[in-house]
Design a protein around this ligand. Structure first.
Ligand code: UD2
Length: 299
């Protein structure tokens, strides 16, 4: 949002604030038309999409374990909701829709790194629903001529990510625990690994995907292209923060993938994408933000 505002674009945001906060738009709120509404609401969607050249569809019900507990709700938002956004973009005559797909589509695929040419094999309701969104996007390209691009984001993190729910992303949860002087929880032995991707890289790829030529119907990985285990992550955090880190180990979660790492060759070629912020630098910036936002002295 901030980058779009910086570029002087006209921006409409539709968000039901089910996980985000109005405050996250501080500093750019004056440059944005904000509609507090859900993607389940076709009228609100039509209003938001009216006159849009590009629709970036980021709304989702995240979390693998929540999808295991509530598969119907996950489907309603991530599949039906995505379908509604596609319909609204089509009806508004948008030039292109960029869909936030997920690395969870790869599921059990054991080969690393994971390339777009590998078959999708999701192992959670969340992964299945996000993959279904890709299929719908491609079908809309083929049947209605709406240009679509699906970006498989790999474990995005950074400032403003909500840390307060059991379903929040693991790095947000780790950082909140450290700020509060609590022990982070690891589900499993901590040797599972992720291609944690700092938000600025995701913004670069997403904006490039709006305008790069010849992309319609494509599915592309967006990541850093390396992986780090949860145990290594906590060791790095101990070093960056200078605080003691003693994780509590609990049983692994259902639907969890063991290792995740992207091949980003295609995004490099087609989007001229290059991750600008590495994992460690991203963690440093994110820690600073959590520190200023959540330190006991601040709240
Ligand atoms: C999946 C997708 C990711 C994104 C996300 C949205 C994969 C590989 N990634 O993320 O791209 O779509 O879903 O929700 O499918 N964990 C702990 N302690 C905690 C919290 C989590 O140990 O307090 C573990 C968790 O069991 C998992 C890892 O950390 O092994 C990452 O969990 P997550 O919920 O941050 O993200 P993940 O990989 O399910």
């Amino acid at each position: 949002m901030r980058e779009l505002a910086r570029r002087g674009e006209t921006i409409v945001v539709l968000d039901d604030l089910s996980t985000g906060k109005r405050r996250n738009l501080d500093g750019v709120a004056g440059e944005i038309e904000f509609l507090e509404a859900s993607i389940a609401d076709p009228q609100a969607l039509a209003r938001a999409a009216r006159g849009a050249d590009f629709v970036v569809h980021l709304a989702a019900r995240t979390s693998v374990p929540r999808s295991v507990e509530e598969p119907l709700e996950t489907n309603a938002v991530n599949v039906e909701g995505t379908l509604r956004v596609l319909v609204a973009a089509r009806d508004a005559g948008a030039r292109r829709l960029v869909y936030a797909a997920s690395s969870s589509a790869y599921g059990e695929a054991r080969t690393l790194p994971k390339a777009e040419s590998m078959p999708a094999a999701p192992i959670s309701p969340y992964g299945a629903a996000k993959f279904a969104g890709e299929l719908y996007a491609r079908v809309f390209t083929r049947v209605y001529g709406l240009e679509t691009v699906s970006l498989r984001y790999f474990n995005v993190f950074g400032p403003r990510q909500e840390p307060g729910s059991p379903y929040s992303g693991v790095l947000a949860r780790f950082l909140l625990a450290l700020v509060r002087g609590e022990d982070p929880v690891i589900f499993g032995d901590g040797e599972q690994s992720r291609d944690f991707t700092y938000i600025d890289n995701v913004v670069d790829a997403t904006l490039a995907a709006c305008t790069a030529p010849g992309l319609s119907g494509q599915v592309l990985n967006v990541a850093i292209g390396s992986r780090v285990s949860l145990n290594e992550t906590l060791r790095l955090l101990a070093r960056l923060t200078g605080r003691p880190v003693a994780p509590r180990y609990e049983p692994p979660r259902a639907g969890d993938i063991l290792h995740s790492q992207a091949d980003i060759t295609l995004a490099r070629q087609l989007l001229r994408y290059e991750p600008r912020v590495g994992f460690e630098e991203g963690m440093r910036r994110t820690w600073q933000w959590y520190l200023s936002e959540y330190s006991p002295a601040q709240s």
